[in-house]
Design a protein around this ligand. Structure first.
Ligand SMILES: Nc1ncnc2c1ncn2[C@@H]1O[C@H](COP(=O)(O)OP(=O)(O)OP(=O)(O)O)[C@@H](O)[C@H]1O
Length: 363
């Protein structure tokens, strides 16, 4: 295993890129720590596959370097990078048994038969496929085939990184959660560096210790699932993670005070008195409550989603979502909204511009 460093990485599919819009990857500087469980999360077209292909060696970046434990591998072909990859669709040999499929990557590398037998038995036990070892792969269900495909990715213990590219695409929805949890457990047992590529926040947040969020060819935030939820560094992260996503509301700043629709709003911490660019307030629906006083609003929609109610209320022309655990109002009700100050952030041109709340000193 290795620490993977991406240094000043940029990639354009155009031979002569004219500006940032021509780059699929704009500027990526990243360290993937040895043994980490990472998710690469972002919408379709944000550059996830481009980044993955650069790490695996299928693509040489237009600019920048890839280092494995400090060694430059930018120009090395895939077979010299010692990487295991699990794709969207199972890559297994139908004519072989499950045992032969799992053994294949080891046999290919000349590993001795006793070690192969031991390792295959371990991986089969972890994936709960021991009873299938002597069955031909052709007869397996799609999810079992994908399990074997994952097993082939995990069976070698000498790889630098195991990369999963949307591995649950073919899996039935009711089995997805099972495999997702299994993968997390497998990471804890085999402790390989793993990179899990997905556009699905649930998959990313369940699997990863660190989530790398990408948008339009850029990394917008790297953090634990809690950090991404608690304090999104960019409004995109706030929108993309959470259900519903963060409210992003147009704001004004005068003399260090933020306003939404003319109403003063208390933020988590200090801001510069003159915040440049487009200014917005970000507050998650979990931290908006209906109160006696606050910002006047009219309820426009009430949705009971089981554990709680999502209330949408209009403040002028702007919709604000609030998660309510108590009695729900009705459509058309006049209400007041209260934003929890420690959870209310300011964003300038999309990026966070308020300071975190000052912790009281223990003096
Ligand atoms: N071979 C290619 N030639 C030209 N443009 C490409 C090529 N591959 C990808 N792109 C463009 O590069 C950008 C990033 O694409 P990429 O496939 O890396 O994104 P992604 O996040 O993996 O999306 P998806 O989840 O849909 O695969 C997109 O604008 C895409 O159209």
């Amino acid at each position: 295993m290795a620490k993977i460093t991406l240094k000043n990485l940029r990639h354009s599919y155009f031979p002569e890129p004219k500006g940032p819009q021509d780059y699929a990857l704009k500027e990526v500087d990243l360290d993937w720590q040895d043994g980490g469980a990472y998710a690469l999360l972002g919408p379709s077209g944000c550059g996830k596959s481009t980044l993955l292909n650069i790490i695996s060696g299928l693509l040489v970046p237009s600019e920048g370097q890839i280092l494995f434990d400090g060694q430059d591998v930018t120009k090395l072909p895939p077979d010299q990078r010692n990487i295991a990859q699990v794709f969207q669709f199972p890559v297994i040999y139908d004519t072989m048994t499950v045992r032969e499929n799992l053994a294949f990557p080891l046999k290919n590398r000349g590993v001795d038969p006793a070690t192969i037998e031991k390792r295959v038995a371990e991986i089969a036990e972890m994936l709960e496929v021991t009873d299938m070892l002597d069955r031909k792969a052709a007869g397996l269900s799609p999810d079992n085939k994908q399990k074997i495909s994952m097993g082939r990715g995990l069976v070698r213990d000498d790889v630098n990184v195991v990369m999963f590219d949307e591995p649950l695409t073919v899996i039935d929805p009711h089995l997805k959660w099972k495999l997702r949890t299994k993968l997390k457990e497998l990471h804890q047992r085999v402790s390989h560096t793993m990179i899990y590529v997905t556009h699905d926040q649930t998959e990313a947040l369940t699997f990863a210790d660190q989530v790398v969020v990408m948008q339009l060819g850029e990394v917008v935030q790297i953090g634990t699932p809690e950090e991404l939820f608690e304090r999104p560094a960019h409004t995109f992260v706030g929108h993309f993670i959470g259900s519903p996503g963060m409210n992003v509301l147009p704001a004004e700043v005068k003399d260090g005070q933020a306003y939404f629709e003319g109403q003063p709003v208390t933020l988590e911490g200090p801001i510069a008195s003159d915040v440049p660019g487009t200014v917005e307030i970000g507050i998650r629906p979990e931290f908006v409550s209906l109160a006696e006083t606050g910002i006047p609003a009219t309820v426009s929609r009430v949705a009971d989603v089981g554990r709680h109610t999502v209330v949408e209320a209009m403040v002028g022309a702007h919709k604000v979502a609030a998660i309510q655990n108590g009695p729900a109002p009705q459509k058309g009700d006049k209400v007041h909204l209260h934003f929890t100050p420690e959870q209310t952030r300011l964003y300038a041109d999309g990026w966070i511009a308020s300071e975190p709340a000052q912790k009281e000193s223990a003096a």
